[in-house]
Design a protein around this ligand. Structure first.
Ligand code: CMX
Length: 434
């Protein structure tokens, strides 16, 4: 058994009694109440999910296993000569809650390496899809097509003890995660680079190999590592993480669950916002004839968008109430590597003018930028300009966090998810309208 798997087993066995005790002895203790506003309004703020992989504080932002983004980036082992940590080491942290040693990271990287060969039929399926298929449809389809590989399904059909379900789920998760960078890069090169595919390099880490297969030079490898880490997890209530958890709760395997997660991520209010930001910035740029707008000019574009009943993509959040630290981490990357990029300057002006306007408009509860406000600009800078592709990158990262969550869901025996619905008549009765 690998170090990661045995460390995880040790953690799971230590953790299970805590969950069992809470459920058996304290199951009736209340943690909140639900209002009519929450039942109609997307369950905002309803505390009804449990995860230990990450926690999102509205004012501070995300902590992965207790570590802020700067702490995780500083403490995790780095690829030699590079500025960002191994994605593989970060996955170890998500799964076990511990910062891995250099040796641990090398072992996880080797595990990923040995599982990364993508079955040939996946590429055949992608090639057979209509030319105008969105990259997210291609990504989701590729993942779903590999469901026949599921170790969980094989073992389940042979009769699998509930306590052991995490084991084939772990195998499925590692098998899938190891393949995602190559599938993503294939979609990019097949769709946008005349089908000129670059084979993986067995000597590179996950982020380095992804940059290599994309055909983009350094520091795109560092950017890829940063990007996958930042997008991995945002506690479990967001649409992609929640969808993955929900589908897995029916004991659907990792392939079904992660494909469904990708479909949720593809919505413009969620992961697709990164491509929407670029679309929006380019329409401003066209109208400005390429000139950087003044703050006054940018204010007009923001108001025009709001007055036409549309949202400003990349701003606002359902939980956060301050600038997203994932935005800040990417901004720092921009300040270091592309401070003079014209689109980065657009984002900067937008950052100055948008929050006060959203506050003045008085609708958005959070006027500050989120993770998607900055990410497309960096891709554009490094020549990845087909912005329909950007959410696939988000998907590769998000799969790390959702897989870690699903493994733990199985380990702790979380049941099938099934909240209760009420009718409008019932709500009116409760509100004494009738
Ligand atoms: N621009 C304009 N209006 C906005 C807004 C924005 N960026 N953010 C919120 N609002 C509006 C909402 O549309 C809503 O309007 P209505 O009352 O007319 O329905 C009102 O303000 C209240 O919304 P909220 O409670 O502040 O925000 P929600 O929790 O409902 O939605 C989110 C959160 C992210 C969907 C929303 O802020 C939004 O649409 N942002 C733009 C899209 C975006 O950047 N999404 C990416 C989020 C990060 C990610 O998941 O990837």
């Amino acid at each position: 058994m690998s170090n990661l798997k045995s460390k995880l087993q040790e953690k799971i066995e230590g953790w299970r009694p805590r969950t069992t005790k809470l459920l058996k002895e304290y199951g009736d203790v209340k943690i909140g109440e639900v209002t009519i506003g929450q039942a109609i309004g997307g369950m905002r703020g309803v505390k009804c999910l449990t995860t230990d992989i990450s926690y999102l504080d509205p004012m501070e932002g995300i902590r992965f296993r207790g570590f802020t983004i700067p702490e995780a980036l500083e403490k995790l082992p780095k690829v030699p000569g590079k500025e960002t940590p191994y994605v593989e080491g970060f996955f170890y942290l998500l799964l076990t809650g511990e910062i891995p040693s250099e040796e641990d990271v090398k072992e996880v990287a080797a595990e990923f390496n040995k599982r990364k060969i993508v079955p040939g039929y996946v590429f055949d399926i992608l090639k057979a899809m209509p030319e105008d298929s969105h990259p997210m449809v291609m990504f989701s389809t590729a993942i779903l097509s590999m469901q026949r590989e599921s170790e969980f399904v094989k073992q389940y059909n042979e009769g699998l003890n509930k306590m052991d379900m995490w084991i084939p789920t772990y195998e499925d998760a590692l098998n899938l995660l190891a393949k995602l960078p190559q599938i993503a890069a294939f979609i990019y090169r097949y769709k946008y680079k005349g089908g000129q595919i670059i084979d993986p390099d067995p000597d590179l880490d996950m982020g380095g190999n992804f940059a290599h297969m994309m055909g983009v030079d350094a520091p795109y490898d560092d950017l890829s590592r940063l990007y996958f880490i930042l997008h991995s997890d945002h506690e479990s209530g967001n649409v992609s993480a929640h969808t993955g958890h929900l589908v897995a709760s029916a004991l659907s395997d990792i392939y079904y669950s992660i494909s469904a997660m990708i479909n949720g991520l593809a919505g413009p209010l969620h992961g697709l916002a990164n491509q929407e930001v670029l679309r929006w910035l380019h329409s401003v740029s066209e109208q400005m004839g390429g000139k950087i707008p003044t703050e006054e000019e940018m204010k007009k574009f923001v108001w025009d968008t709001l007055n036409s009943g549309q949202v400003i993509p990349g701003f606002g959040h359902a939980v956060l109430r301050k600038t997203d630290p994932r935005y800040t981490a990417q901004r720092e990357f921009c300040l270091k590597h592309l401070p003079d990029d014209p689109l980065f300057k657009y984002v900067d002006v937008l950052y100055k003018v948008t929050p006060p306007i959203l506050e003045e408009q008085g609708k958005a509860k959070n006027p500050w930028p989120n993770v998607d406000a900055q990410s497309g600009v960096i891709q554009w800078h490094y020549g990845v300009r087909e912005y329909d592709f950007y959410t696939v990158l988000f998907g590769v990262g998000r799969a790390l966090g959702v897989c870690a969550n699903i493994i733990w869901d199985r380990a702790l025996g979380y049941p099938i998810e099934r909240p209760k619905s009420l009718t409008t008549d019932m709500l009116e009765e409760i509100a004494h309208i009738k």
